[in-house]
Design a protein. Sequence first.
Length: 368
Amino acid sequence: MMERDRFFDFDEELAESRLDVTEQADDEQQEMFEHYRFDISGGQEPMRVDKYLATHMEYTSRHRIQLAIKAEYIRVNDKIVKANYIVRPGDVVKFVMPYQRRGLEILPEAIPLNVVHEDDDVLVINKEAGMVVHPGHGHFSGTLVNALAHHLGISQGPDAEDERMGVLVHRIDKDTSGLLVVAKNEESQLNLAKQFFVHSIERRYVAIVWGNLKEDEGTIIGNIGRDPNDRMRFKVFPDGDYGKHAVTHYRVLERFGYVTVVECRLETGRTHQIRVHFNWIGHPLFNDSRYDGSEIRKGTIYAKYRQFIENCFKLLPRQALHAKTLGFVHPKTKQMVRLDSELPADMQALIDKWRKYSENMTQFLEEE
């Protein structure tokens, strides 16, 4: 018997495995993984585990299964096994696999991509704000996946069995800019996905938040879950009885009185984590319409100041968040790859505008 679900949580028993996974899988990867369990029935004849899974898993090749076994995703009776393990009645096979999108037609589109690194195994993109990563939910074209299909020379019909577009191992929000890694083959995909599972990926963001943070650096800890009053939002549940454990480390880069520029390092990767955490502590991201940042939160009551803020909102018509730094172990060479990106023009312009304002507030307001 086989059970399969979209992967939302690691099984507690899997958390004790050699992967040393001590937390649930990151929310930003929920659509990237599926959770499988096979209970081997009494009538099953002895068979290699890779062959057994290949015959019971639609759309999944034996080669892909062997790669997953090599990456230590597959366990039998809670133990790591090799591809030649012989399954027998009573065995329980559990594993996760990167989710393969089925039933979608992926058409290549000549959308420009800002490629910051590419080799035979991985591709790192500096995604522009406003670009949707995955097709779906009203966005079936113009997405990053469509652009990747063109860049990699891949197309996919809705009935494709070899899901070669399953190359993404994480995502960033539509209106967040920054670095995103793409796997160019199955082995790289499984390897990078494992690094996200064990939180060994380095991810640093730059954000502009409302207010003047008290400390130069700190850590925000608070469970994050979906807001029961608004399904489009997430919120912090400080009592820890709901939601998922979330940790955001930050340090102040620059202060402008009414707003602060911070660097954020993710220890976990819950949906909207940075946005939710800073809103919870009273410092929502600048112009974050979903999390209370698109109205004046700090400042003066003067009309010229309100006009100044309106001009800032027009300059950066999105939440002030950029995925600036990405570090990972290369799946083939095993060498550390650490990439950094410049702030996008809209965020840099906003910082420059606030810097000028803070240097001479009175004069700036008169000029506005």
